[in-house]
Design a protein around this ligand. Sequence first.
Ligand code: SF4
Length: 438
Amino acid sequence: MKHITVRIGDVVLGAGHPVAIQTMCNCNTNDLDAAFAQCEAMTQAGAQLIRLTTQGIREVESLQQLKSRLRQAGILTPLVADVHFRSDVALAAARVADKVRINPGNFHKDHQEAMRIFRELIAVCKETGCVLRIGINHGSLGERITGLYGDTAHGMVEAMKEWIAVCQETGFEQVVLSLKASNTVVMVAAYRELFQWMEEQGIRYPLHLGVTEAGNGRSGRIKSAVGLACLLQAGIGETIRVSLTENPVNELPVAAFIARYFADPTTHSVVREEREGLPHFRFEAPDFDTLLLEAACVIGPQLMDHQLNEFTLEGSCNGIPVSADELQDLHDELLQAARRRFTKCEYIACPSCGRTLFDIETTFAEVKRRTSHLQGLVIGVMGCIVNGPGEMADADYGYVGEGAGKVSIYRKKERIHQGVPQEEAIDLLLQLIEQDRQ
Ligand code: SF4
């Protein structure tokens, strides 16, 4: 087996190195003060890699200035440029960033041309030492791939294989791979299939794991932990990101807990026993957030793999028993995150980034408050029109930021309202749902 080791600044991925945790700024990359402050806070919170949206050449220039300011301040955390669609931006970013995240299939509609551009990008990376992450998200599969394989985990893997072939043909190994989805079943299936294929090929590239658009609060944490746990417990994954629609600094303790849980068994508190024919799980944690993460890491994979159907929970935080209502809610969240039983409205909400021109945290909280009773529906809240509609492709309805103060409302993949003032958008979304339910 050939283990590829990738070095991004001081961070080494692959060949048994510890799982690295990362996050992404959600401020405007051109706002250097805000970006500096966010990078500083993230580094203090344990971020080992920080990604920034780099949608144009101006953002690449800002990234360069930001990098200089951070390095002068002694902050050495590697910076990752997040580039979509524009190959000129990816080529420029590869001269500035420590790593560039791309989906090469989105560089051009013509596959041969996309391959040519990808080779050109690889040549720049070889020259500069920049690492590439090839990110094939479930929501961003091109028409050619969906036409061949459908909108499936297998299609994601097949798309990835094409780009790996180009890396191998050009002798480029400084590459990290990701196959993210907001649906935990799709995400786990895609990574497992790719991992199996790599085993058969006798080569292991580092994998970046994540559940996209996981949402916020407890459900966002549980959904992320369930998906990541399924893979990490099998030794799959070299770096992780927990995407939350919150201050991105909040992602880091969650990611750190999950990474540590699979590296250090002394962190485990769970006791499992049989009670009246049901598995019973007992947890002891310092606080409820820790307890729910441990429950997701232990129970999530068993639910996902259908090794567990019914179970009961018991827990205490600092010696104080957790209430029956909280345990019931956790039980339901675990089943929903593993896509085994749906008792709540399901949300797909992006973590936001520099492309987001509205306060997504407040908006998402309000959408949740007004729609949480709609059991069985999937509602997307996305920060931008560039990636939002694709990434929330599984949603029944979507609220997608369009530009300053303007929103589009979607039913499935169809845009129903465009250019709606933000103040009216939630009402219009609810009206549409109401009208469809009559
Ligand atoms: S969907 Fe959200 S996270 Fe993704 S690019 Fe748009 S605003 Fe950024």
